[in-house]
Design a protein around this ligand. Sequence first.
Ligand SMILES: O=c1[nH]c(=O)c2[nH]c(=O)[nH]c2[nH]1
Length: 308
Amino acid sequence: MASTAYVSAARYGKDNVRVLKTDRDAATGVHTVTEMTVSCLLEGDIDVSYTKGDNSVVVATDSIKNTIFITAKQNPVNPPELFAAILGAHFIDTYKHIHAANVKVITHRWTRMTIRGKPHPHSFLRDGEETRNVEARISRKDGIVITSGIEGLTVLKSTGSAFHGFVRDEYTTLPETWDRILSTDVDANWKWKPFADVKAVREAVDKFNPAWEEAREITLTRFAEDESASVQNTMYKMSEQILAAVPDVELVNYSLPNKHFFELDLSWHKGIKNTGKDAEVYVPQSNPNGLIKCEVARGSPPSRGSHL
Ligand SMILES: O=c1[nH]c(=O)c2[nH]c(=O)[nH]c2[nH]1
C-alpha cells in the first residue's frame, strides 16, 4: 500500500526520573540535598523507528534514564539550568542523528531544619509543594533555550483585592466587590535569551539562582502589597517587575488560578450577620476556578492592524 501518512513530529525519552543528590562538605560536615524529577525527550532522524520498526536509531529510554543518573553523579545539579543544559548537550554531542533534547527538571523543596535555634547539618523538611522548574531545549539548530520557573506556590490574602467595573449584561450574576479574598497557586516562568552552547550557560551560571530569588520575592511582595484591581492587573505588574530586574530574560509568563472563596449568608440563623463588611466565615471552592494567563515581553507591542 502506498503510504499516505508520515511522521510530522516525534519525540521520545524517559519521563518522571526521580533523582536525589547529596553534597557532603568534608571540611564542615554540612550536607545539602537536591531532589529532582527529570524528563528528557529526544528528537532527530528517528522516523524509521515509528514507520518501519527500525530500532537501530533508538537510544533506549532505559539508557536515557541511566544517562540522567550518570550526568547527575559527574556534574553539579545546581543550578538546575546548568544541569539541564549539560544533560541535553550530551545527547546531541554523542549521537549524530539526535538533533534536539527537551529536558525538564523539577526541583522539590528540601529546606534545612532549624533545630535548637541552629541550622541542622543534615536534616531537611518539605516546606510546601512549590517547585523550581527548568525547561531546556538543546538543539543543533537553535542552541540552548532555557525557561526557568516556579510552580505550586500557594498564596492567599484576606484583603487588598477588589474586582469591579467588569461587563454587566444578561449573563452577569457576580456582584462587584471592593474587598475580597484573593488566593492562587503561582505558576510563573521566565524565558532567557538563547544561549549558543553549554559554555555560554556556564558563563551565565551565577545569574540563575538570583533570578529565581528575585522572581519569587517579586511575586510574593507584589501579591502582598498590591491593591489588586484584578488577577490580570496584579500578574502584569509582577511580570513587568521581573523583566526590569533580570535583564537577560526576554519573556515572563504567569498562569494563575483564581481560587474562589464564597461569602456565606447566615442571616437565616438568628439574624447572624456574615456578609459584606461582616463576612468572617467563607466557603472555599475547589471548582470551578478562574484561570488567568499572560505573557509579557519587553518593548512595545507590534501593531496589530485594523480589526475593521
Ligand atoms: O481578578 C479577577 N479577574 C477576572 O477576570 C474575574 N472574573 C471573575 O468572575 N472574577 C474575577 N476576578
